[in-house]
Design a protein around this ligand. Structure first.
Ligand code: PEP
Ligand code: MG
Length: 589
């Protein structure tokens, strides 16, 4: 039994499928038959050729879209790619040791890491990042194709046991491509509650555990596996008793989910009839379908960066417009809050120039990148304003820290509207603009922010990590990123009060909106708009329908008097059990 952090609730008994990555662990994988060496080498060479033509295309597009200096990085990558040393090292590992192409690439990468570890200078560290990018790019081309030497692909798998992905880490771009595959559980070695693996798992309603150190060295594809996403447990090769026990829990969880979804067409209201909006957080079109299935009344957060993360270059205005239009027309009530690009931190794209920063979450991310790339910014704002004609659309700016930033972005929106009007391009005049409150500075100065915005959306995932100075993806400090804590609730109360006092619409779109214990308190504090992974909507609707406003207000009032997370957790667990013992399974531990 292995312990990690439970990041998406539920239980699954299935078989493991290892996600290999060019940067993954280096246990060598050999070809099944030495006769395949020629085919494997050709397979690798094709991936390199494709990576090269992709890079050539990027140099041109990025130079055009963002200027020639932004494209320099890809020139460098092209040079690395044509380095005969790199290619011949991979070739000889395939030929002499009969390694698979991916495994040979991993070995070469490890060689570079060891070589560069001895060098202190920043210049060489940057160069290692470039090498990593190039190797990842070749690796992604290898992964996209069917490898003649390895036949155990996910699609061609036999048998109907549910598949559990086991990976070191799931990168944002992988998270998107995995979106379509039949996955029933996810286990990763790194990453916390708000990592991409976690967000993907929750949006699909599948159990997931992150931060399970060393799991890849213990699991082979095809091994039976139990994942308990609430307790954060993984059992590799469970015995008969464990399998029987967890299968029963799995059946009960599915049954509960199915029975809750029956409330999809009922309006969300408290026991005394107070109405609320339960909205969906979405990352792509598959999530829109999930939002419809569970009866969300709109999309409270559309994370547009996932479009950019899966692209190999900057998506143009037309492509963005069409993508947003598709999302809007398919969304519940065509109501969508579109968040502008929130890259940086752990979500990087090579075409904006990957820079290694000592503290990426504190660094060049989100609106900071946006404001420094006028072309990128204006293209997205134009696409959103144009797509706004197809529904009730609002635009949301992430990571606003100062009033100056807000004024700058508002000015860009005004100017973009004027330009569209002058050009005679049709667009929606009524797109409201809002601020994500996710940096403590913005929460503390909420009064000033409210004077310059139409609405607020509280991003509690980031707000928590910045408030407690703990990286949200680092399992070592995961215990500090605790939503049920006195400091978080005090800040939230302050922001909610300011919004309600001024009549400013406010939504909370962090993960705590979908967690039963915190949802109870948030409702009691006056929140009426909750946005969450679609899978949680039925449970939250059921829960809030079982309390009166006065009751929830009492809970909130009491919680604000408590001074530790332990006290808050046990108080709320007791209240939740009184209201509904079954819904506890949807809560984080
Ligand atoms: C948040 O920070 O709470 C949020 C909803 O945004 P993201 O998780 O995408 O940073
Ligand atoms: Mg955020």
């Amino acid at each position: 039994m292995h312990k990690g952090v439970g990041v998406s609730p539920g239980v699954v008994v299935g078989v493991a499928y290892r996600v290999e990555s060019a940067l993954g662990p280096t246990e060598p994988q050999h070809l099944d038959d030495p006769g395949l060496v020629g085919a494997e080498t050709a397979f690798f060479d094709r991936a390199v050729e494709e990576a090269a033509s992709e890079l050539e295309g990027l140099v041109q597009r990025v130079a055009q879209e963002l200027g020639p200096s932004a494209a320099e990085i890809f020139q460098t990558h092209l040079q690395i790619l044509s380095d005969p040393g790199l290619l011949s090292r991979v070739h000889s590992l395939i030929e002499e040791q009969n390694l698979t192409a991916l495994s040979a690439l991993q070995q070469v990468m490890q060689g570079y890491v060891a070589q560069f570890a001895r060098i202190e200078q920043e210049y060489f560290r940057e160069r290692l990042n470039d090498l990593r990018d190039v190797i990842l790019r070749i690796g992604s081309h290898l992964a996209r194709k069917k490898d003649p030497a390895r036949d155990r692909s996910l699609e061609s798998r036999e048998g109907d046991e549910p598949v559990v992905l086991v990976a070191h880490e799931i990168l944002p771009s992988q998270a998107m491509s995995l979106g379509e595959l039949p996955i029933a559980g996810i286990v990763t070695e790194v990453g916390g509650t708000t990592s991409h693996a976690a967000i993907l798992a929750r949006s699909r309603g599948i159990p997931a555990v992150s931060g399970v150190e060393g799991i890849l060295s213990l699991v082979r594809s095809g091994d039976p596996l139990v994942v308990d996403g609430r307790e954060g447990l993984v059992i590799v090769r469970p015995d008969q008793d464990e399998t029987t026990f967890y299968r029963k829990v799995q059946r009960e969880f599915f049954h509960l989910k199915d029975s809750l979804i029956a409330n999809r067409d009922e309006p969300a209201r408290s026991l005394d009839g107070n109405r609320m909006e339960l909205l969906a957080n979405i990352n792509n079109i598959a999530d829109v379908h999930a939002a419809n299935t569970v009866g969300a009344t709109g999309v409270g957060l559309f994370r547009t960066e996932y479009l950019f993360l899966t692209h190999h270059d900057v998506p143009g205005e037309e492509e963005q417009f069409e993508y947003y239009r598709q999302i809007i027309v398919n969304s519940p009530n065509q109501a969508v809050t579109i968040r502008t690009l929130d890259l940086g931190g752990d979500k990087t794209v090579a075409y904006l120039g990957r820079r290694s920063e000592p503290n990426p979450f504190m660094g060049w991310r989100s609106i900071r990148i946006f404001l420094e790339n006028p072309k990128l910014m204006i293209t997205q704002i134009r696409a959103i304003l144009r797509a706004g004609r197809h529904g009730k659309v609002s635009m949301l700016f992430p990571m606003i820290t100062t009033l100056e930033e807000l004024k700058r972005i508002n000015k860009v929106v005004r100017e973009t509207r004027e330009n569209l009007r002058r050009e005679g391009v049709p667009f929606a005049d009524d797109v409201k603009t809002g601020v994500m409150v996710e940096v403590p500075a913005a929460a503390i100065c909420i009064d000033a922010i409210l004077r310059e915005t139409d609405f607020i959306s509280i991003g509690s995932n980031d707000l928590i990590q910045y408030l407690v100075a703990s990286d949200r993806d680092n399992p070592k400090v995961a215990h500090l990123c605790e939503p049920l804590s006195p400091s978080i609730f005090r800040v939230l109360q302050m922001v909610l009060d300011a919004c309600n006092r001024t009549g400013t619409p406010v939504t909370l779109c962090g993960e705590m909106a979908g967690q039963p214990r915190s949802a109870l308190v948030l409702f009691g504090m006056g929140l009426r708009r909750f946005s969450m992974s679609p899978a949680f909507i039925p449970a939250v609707k059921n829960l809030l329908g079982a309390v009166t406003t006065a009751q929830a207000e009492r809970f909130a009032h009491h919680v604000l008097q408590l001074s530790t997370s332990d006290e808050i957790r046990s108080y709320l667990t007791a209240r939740l059990r009184e209201i509904s013992s079954t819904l506890e399974v949807f809560d984080a531990v």
